[in-house]
Ligand binder design. Sequence first.
Ligand code: PEP
Length: 250
Amino acid sequence: MSKALIVANWKMNPATFKEARKLLDETQKAAERTKISVVIAPPAIFLREFTSRSRGARISFAAQHAHQEAGGAHTGEISIQQMRDAKAKYVLIGHAERRARGETNDDTRLKVAASLAKGLTPILCVGETKRTQSGEYFNVIAEQLRTALADVAANKLAHIIIVYEPLWTIGSDKTMDPREMQMMAIFIRKTIVDSFGEGGHDIRILYGGSVDAASAPAMLRDGDVHGLLVGRASWSAVEFAHLLTAAENA
Ligand code: PEP
């Protein structure tokens, strides 16, 4: 799959700017050897330096988190507008680790709308914390999607990326079975089509949760996804290069 989109979520890594610059340069070289679209989500403090260092390169950058207000008394926050000014093209919204710290579905609604208004592509993360036999998790996902997209016009759907990232696979040694992901991709599209009509088919869906070079190809081939969100496997340039090669050959 040559047009896969792979988002590297560096979270709060690496420890120093020197290490981050090395990881960026090596990741960029690995990305240039493939046709994969690579987006790096570095810690915000590295963002402006990275976008200017990588000007003209094929990789793009995402903010890991941003505040929906344009300004004001929000100590410690960085606005979507400021991320855009630092040349980010994407912003992660509703990542499980932010939801665990109190980000609500309603917050994701405000962030999705503000990102679209400011010209950043929202990467909306949805996913249940646990699964039971009753299938309750489908309601959780539907609610996350409906609320986050409530203020979006149908003609903007193609500018949004959804990541299905169940909490029980993040940071674990469990990846999801691609056939289960395929079912979830159908459910996500159906939920969006129910609210927005046929335009809902244009939405891009990624999978995230413990993906590595070994599991990426099957997910890209059989999971009905346009790409992947990768955490730990993107923190080593060597490991990430293997993942990109495996994805390229999927
Ligand atoms: C993530 O947290 O976005 C993620 C995908 O992490 P990991 O790949 O380490 O499970």
